[in-house]
Design a protein around this ligand. Structure first.
Ligand SMILES: Nc1ncnc2c1ncn2[C@@H]1O[C@H](COP(=O)(O)OP(=O)(O)OP(=O)(O)O)[C@@H](O)[C@H]1O
Ligand SMILES: [Mg+2]
Length: 303
């Protein structure tokens, strides 16, 4: 395993309202060398928070993250620096990773320089190579970043993440906000790169179908918790959790309003809860992720 996260917990308190909310509750996951784990769930369920914790861009309140057997949650910033070269993030908002007034080639050279792997005279040819790798034209090297289209900017962000030849990349919604045709180009690019370099990938998306294209395993997240976790073939053929079934088939949605808090986080939307006559167990007891079949973990009392 390249990545092993155990029992991650993170609570945010909003500064203005002082309201606290759990963004990530008891999240455990593993990613093998050269494999992709898809992390899927709707907006606000905590996907970015998990990705950021894995790369120690934020600290968890509790839990541990082993990257290549090293617990990064316990490292000091100076010990983290050499680790950071091995792990990268493709940001949900790629624009926030760049200065829009910078030229494409300069931004890439800057990130190459930061990691001191290349000699100054090698920087230009390495930047050109990266641009061609992500199918950005040579002409775009002299473009200002602020003038790039959404798809071009995403490619540049992928090039930046690749620049230091990382072993693990967190790709946070890399396909969101792009046209369908561009989405499949970027998805294919990620697939190619991953196969070629044997990079481990955490692929974050709100779209289970996109996750299916790219991932070997999937973790389905809802309100900070993982509700189902298995290999993609298992999730495709035999999804057990009502939420995963809903993600495959969104037209089956129903929301029960005004339920008291507590118990299962998915209860207010769960068809199975309704069908089973609102069992008290779902109200009293928060289901934990347990292995229902070999390698197939589900957090539901009745799945
Ligand atoms: N720095 C922060 N301060 C306060 N609350 C935060 C912070 N970061 C995230 N949150 C809250 O934590 C929860 C999870 O956020 P997160 O960004 O991880 O969700 P997400 O699944 O990535 O959503 P999206 O699909 O919209 O990107 C949300 O309720 C969010 O408002
Ligand atoms: Mg996010």
């Amino acid at each position: 395993m390249l990545v092993e996260a155990e029992h991650l917990y993170k609570r945010f308190t909003e500064k203005r309202t002082k309201r606290a909310a759990d963004a990530c509750v008891d999240v455990s996951l593993v990613i093998e060398h050269g494999k992709t784990l898809g992390l899927v769930g709707e907006s606000g369920c905590g996907k970015t928070t998990v990705g950021r914790i894995l790369l120690r861009l934020i600290d968890p309140d509790s839990g541990s993250v082993l990257l290549d057997s090293c617990d990064v949650t316990r490292l000091k910033e100076n010990q983290l620096r050499p680790m950071r070269k091995r792990f990268q993030m493709i940001f949900q908002e790629s624009s926030s990773a760049f200065n829009p007034r910078m030229k494409v080639s300069d931004a890439l050279k800057e990130s190459l320089r930061l990691y001191r792997r290349y000699k100054p005279r090698e920087l230009k040819s390495r930047a050109d190579f990266l641009l061609s790798r992500v199918n950005l034209s040579r002409g775009s090297a002299e473009n200002f970043i602020g003038n790039l289209s959404g798809g071009e900017l995403k490619r540049l962000d992928i090039a930046r993440a690749l620049s230091i030849e990382p072993e693990f990349i967190v790709a946070d919604e890399p396909l969101a906000l792009l046209d369908m045709s561009i989405q499949s180009q970027i998805a294919n690019l990620l697939l190619d790169i991953q196969r070629e370099k044997e990079i481990s990938l955490l692929f974050i998306s709100h779209d289970l179908r996109m996750v299916e294209m790219l991932s070997h395993s999937v973790a389905v997240m809802y309100m900070g918790r993982i509700l189902e976790y298995a290999r993609i073939s298992v999730i495709r053929e035999r999804p057990l959790h009502p939420y995963t079934r809903y993600l495959w088939n969104p037209e089956t949605a129903s929301v029960l309003a005004g339920l008291p808090e507590g118990g299962c986080v998915y209860r207010s939307r769960c068809g199975l809860y309704e069908e089973s006559g609102s069992p008290t167990r779902c109200i009293r007891e928060t289901p934990v992720l347990i292995e229902k079949e070999k390698g197939h973990l589900v957090a539901c009392h009745f799945a």
